[in-house]
Design a protein around this ligand. Structure first.
Ligand SMILES: [Zn+2]
Length: 444
C-alpha cells in the first residue's frame, strides 16, 4: 500500500508543482484567501472529501484584524475573475476563509493535517533573472507574495489528500485537513479552535518549508520543529506635551526623550541564567520632519525566552522600563501585548513514528527526528497542538527542508520545489500507517 501511495504522488508530481505555482501567481494575504480557499475546497470535494468552509467553520467574533468591507468586495471581484471554483467563492467572500476537508473512513482515530492559506503582504520582485519571474509564476498582485513558502505547504497537503483518497478503502478512521487563514496575522488558530475542529483529533501534524540551515545534513524533512522560544511583542504608546522648543523648552514633555531612555535600557536587560533571551526594538515612530515636539510616540518591541518563565521575566522588566522611562521625563506610557506564543514542542512519539514509517516505506526521501536543535520563533499552531493534547492526543510540527534562495518574508524568496512531492508522500504514508489497522487504536 505504501508503494501505491508513493506511485500516486509520483504520477501527480507535475500537477502538484503546478498547483504550487498557481497559488504563488495568485497570492492572497490574510483574510482575503478567497481564491485559494475555494480552489482547495473544490479539489478536496472532487476527491471525495466532505468539505466545509466559511462562517460555519470559522469563528469571526474575536478577530484582532479584519479586512475592510471595501477590501473584501474588491478582492472578491478579483478572485471571481481568476477563479474557476466559483461555487465555493461565495461562501468565503466575507473573509471567513478556513477550509475543513474530511475523509470519513469509518471507526478509528482522527488524523488532523494543518496548513496555512495566506501569503505575505510584500511585493514580489520583478527582477528578470529571479526564477519565479523567469518561469512565469511570480505574483501578479503587488503587495501579496508567497515568500513564506505557504504555497509549498499547500501543494504538499493537497498532494497528500489526493493520494489518501485513492487508498481510502484501506483506511480506518478519519482524515481531517484543516486549512488555516491569516497565519501571518497570528489569528488563524483563534478562528478555528472555538469551532471544535481539534476536539476529536488524535494525531495532529503541520508542515512548513525552511532552508537547509534549520535541517540536518541530508534530510528532506524534519519530523519535528526545532526547539522554539516563547515569543511576545509589545506596543508602547507614549504621550507627552508639546510647547515651543526654543521659547518654553521647560514646558515640553518630550516623548522622544522618554523613548530614547527606554530603548537604551531595553538593551540592558540582563541575560537569564536558566535559558536564552532575545529583546529587539522593532519599530519607533514619533514626530514629523520639520515639525515641533511631538505629543505622541509609538514603539514596538519583540522579546523571546526559552521558557514561559523567562519570557515573563523579560515582560516584567520591559514594563518597568517603559513605566520608569516615561515617569522620568514626565510623559505617560500605555503598554499592551500585541502577540505572544508559548514554545512549540513536538511529541517525540509521533515525530519518531513519521521518521520510521518514511524511512522504511518511502524510498528516496530522508526524514529525520532530531530534538533540541536551533532555537527559533514560533506561531499560533502551538495553540492547536495544545488543544489536541488536552484530550490526550499527540502533535508534531514538521519542516520541509529545501535549498532556499533569498530571504523569507521579503520580495525575493525561492526554493527547490522537489521537496513538495516528497512531503506529500511522507505525510500520506504516515497517515496510512496510523489508520491502517481496522481496530481503533488505544487513545494515545
Ligand atoms: Zn510561514
Amino acid at each position: 500500500m505504501y508503494d501505491r501511495i508513493c506511485q500516486s504522488v509520483d504520477r501527480n508530481a507535475q500537477e502538484i508543482i503546478a498547483w504550487r505555482r498557481d497559488f504563488h501567481r495568485h497570492a492572497e494575504i490574510a483574510m482575503l484567501e478567497m481564491r485559494t480557499a475555494s480552489l482547495v475546497a473544490s479539489r478536496l470535494a472532487s476527491w471525495g472529501y466532505s468539505v466545509s468552509l466559511g462562517e460555519s467553520v470559522c469563528d469571526m467574533t474575536h478577530l484582532s484584524y479584519m479586512a475592510t468591507p471595501e477590501q473584501l468586495e474588491s478582492h472578491y471581484q478579483r478572485a471571481l475573475g481568476e477563479n474557476p471554483a466559483t461555487a465555493y467563492l461565495e461562501q468565503v467572500r466575507n473573509g471567513a476563509t478556513a477550509v475543513i476537508g474530511l475523509l470519513d473512513c469509518g471507526e478509528g482515530p482522527v488524523v488532523g493535517l494543518h496548513c496555512e492559506l495566506d501569503a505575505v503582504p510584500v511585493t514580489e520582485s520583478t527582477r528578470a533573472d529571479y526564477r519565479p519571474v523567469r518561469e512565469g509564476f511570480a505574483s501578479i498582485h503587488p503587495g501579496m507574495a508567497h515568500t513564506c513558502g505557504h504555497d509549498a505547504n499547500l501543494a504538499a497537503m493537497l498532494g497528500c489528500a489526493k493520494a489518501l483518497s485513492e487508498v481510502r478503502d484501506h483506511l480506518h478512521g478519519k482524515v481531517k485537513f484543516i486549512f488555516k487563514p491569516a497565519d501571518e496575522r497570528g489569528q488563524g488558530a483563534a478562528m478555528l479552535i472555538p469551532k471544535g475542529h481539534l476536539d476529536d483529533v488524535d494525531y495532529l501534524f503541520s508542515t512548513h518549508l525552511f532552508g537547509r540551515e534549520l535541517g540536518v545534513p541530508g534530510a528532506d524533512i524534519m519530523s519535528n520543529f526545532p526547539e522554539t522560544l516563547a515569543t511576545g511583542r509589545m506596543e508602547a504608546v507614549f504621550r507627552g506635551k508639546a510647547s515651543s522648543p526654543t521659547a518654553h523648552p521647560q514646558l515640553c514633555k518630550n516623548v522622544i526623550t522618554a523613548m530614547g531612555t527606554a530603548i537604551t535600557n531595553l538593551q540592558s536587560i540582563p541575560r537569564h541564567g536558566e535559558g536564552v533571551t532575545r529583546v529587539q526594538v522593532l519599530h519607533v515612530h514619533a514626530g514629523e520632519k520639520r515639525g515641533g515636539v511631538p505629543e505622541e510616540g509609538v514603539m514596538e518591541i519583540s522579546y523571546a525566552g526559552q521558557t514561559m518563565e523567562i519570557r515573563r521575566f523579560l515582560e516584567d522588566y520591559a514594563l518597568r522600563i517603559f513605566k520608569a522611562s516615561a515617569e522620568m521625563h514626565g510623559v505617560t506610557c500605555d503598554v499592551h501585548q500585541t502577540e505572544g506564543f508559548p514554545p512549540i514542542l513536538s511529541d517525540a512519539e509521533l515525530a519518531e513514528r513519521m521518521e520510521s514509517v518514511a524511512n522504511a516505506h518511502v524510498p528516496g526521501v530522508c526524514v529525520r527526528y532530531v530534538p533540541h536543535r536551533t532555537l527559533y520563533g514560533t506561531d499560533d499552531f502551538v495553540y492547536m497542538m495544545e488543544k489536541v493534547r488536552e484530550h490526550g492526543g499527540l502533535a508534531t510540527d514538521t519542516q520541509q527542508i529545501s535549498d532556499v534562495q533569498g530571504i523569507v518574508h521579503t520580495g525575493e524568496f525561492d526554493y527547490d520545489e522537489s521537496v513538495i512531492p516528497k512531503t506529500a508522500k511522507v505525510f500520506a504514508a504516515t497517515v496510512y500507517d496510523l489508520l491502517k489497522q481496522a481496530v481503533k487504536e488505544e487513545t494515545p
